[in-house]
Design a protein around this ligand. Structure first.
Ligand code: ATP
Ligand code: MG
Ligand code: MG
Length: 349
């Protein structure tokens, strides 16, 4: 059988490895940090920094196709890997999603609506961006942000100096604050043959910048539901994308606004493990290996709840809850804000 190379050994890499194994593939993780949660399920693990080119080359040579759980892979590493084996999703999806400024410009180029935004290279640019966009607004680092990290809210112009002091030193973007009623996401997939399949949109609730729950079905009208799917398909086709993509959307009375995209399996797609015959992890493996895609149809309603930090204390109770499927990541040290697992509550139909 073939071997899937997965860059990143966090929980997403772990669940991709499990899905690969179920389809008869081996998986080999390349982890640039330490102690990957995926280490105990993958067939092989390489732990090395991205600038260890010999290790990268050996990893690429040992696998048949390369994918990733994490979009912030340095360009030089990608150049090297791409010279050895195909990488899916491809370079363009990574380039665009690594930088919020590039991403928003790309989305607007597809005639999709985003929050108003401005590049903020220095403090005077922040003043003029605030004058143009108004408050409330959010100052964000262009790169490397996740779980709401690297963001400062500017409720009134008086907050701008503090926001600048907090984030200066990184390339920044200012975004106008969207007055949304709720947040949804579409987990979509595109195969090597260009076919597209979407899962039903899920409704997402965040706390302290971190995803807490995803519930399907989301509260959406039929036309909003089809808009959400069409938006995802437009992005997939524009990128000639192969694999699973997450698209985060704000729901407003004026329509759907695209918040951000993630070129990988997505936390808000974990409900598919217990709501669909083919979940997002299997769908991703199918896409990158040239299988036909699963149809994405949903057999059950689900509420996915992330288990973050101390939430693990609730395990004894959760283990007894009816129709609650536990997914634990095998992480040993509990830290506040750390994603330790999730539970899919299958809802009575
Ligand atoms: P993720 O962990 O999803 O990658 P992230 O750190 O990249 O998150 P965003 O998705 O940009 O951050 O923002 C996190 C949350 O903050 C959003 O889900 C939303 O609730 C809120 N938020 C972000 N940008 C805006 C905005 N322009 N207007 C209103 N709310 C926003
Ligand atoms: Mg993000
Ligand atoms: Mg987000």
């Amino acid at each position: 059988g073939s071997t899937i190379g997965i860059i990143g050994g966090g929980q997403l890499g772990r669940m991709l490895s499990v899905a690969a194994a179920r389809l008869g593939y081996r998986s080999h993780i390349f982890e640039p940090g330490t102690l990957p949660p995926a280490g105990d399920v993958a067939h092989a693990v390489t732990t090395a920094p991205y600038d260890d080119h010999a290790a990268l080359r050996a990893f690429a040579g040992a696998v048949d196709v390369i994918t990733y759980e994490f979009e912030n892979i340095p360009t030089e590493a990608l150049d090297l890997l791409e010279g050895v084996r195909p990488i899916h999703p491809g370079r363009e999806a990574l380039r665009i999603s690594q930088d919020r400024l590039t991403e928003k410009a790309f989305l607007q180029g597809l005639s999709l609506t985003t929050a108003p935004f401005a590049d903020v290279p220095d403090e005077s640019a922040l003043e003029s961006a605030l004058a143009e966009i108004g408050t409330p607004a959010i100052l964000k680092t262009r790169r490397f942000g996740y779980d709401g990290k690297g963001q400062a809210r500017i409720m009134s112009p008086a907050d701008s100096a503090a926001a600048w002091a907090d984030l200066q030193g990184s390339a920044l973007i200012l975004e106008g604050f969207i007055d949304f009623s709720h947040e949804v996401s579409v987990i979509a997939a595109r195969g090597l043959d260009g076919s597209v399949a979407c899962f039903d949109p899920g409704e997402n609730v965040h706390r302290d910048g971190i995803l807490r729950t995803t519930t399907v079905p989301a509260r959406l009208s039929p036309s909003q539901r089809s808009d959400a799917v069409l938006i995802a398909a437009r992005i997939l086709n524009a990128l000639d994308y192969v694999g699973v993509l997450g698209v985060e959307l704000f729901v407003t009375p004026k329509g759907l606004i695209v918040n951000e995209i993630a070129p990988r399996v997505h936390n808000s797609g974990h409900w598919t493990q217990n709501g669909c015959a083919v979940d997002q992890f299997e769908q991703h493996i199918r896409a990158i290996t040239g299988w036909p895609l699963g149809d994405g149809g949903r057999h059950s309603d689900v509420r996915m709840e992330n288990l973050i930090g101390d939430d693990l204390d609730r395990l004894p109770e959760l283990a007894k809850a009816p129709h609650a499927a536990l997914h634990l990541y095998g992480k040993t040290d509990v830290k506040p804000g750390r994603k330790m697992g999730h539970v899919n509550h299958v809802l009575p139909g």
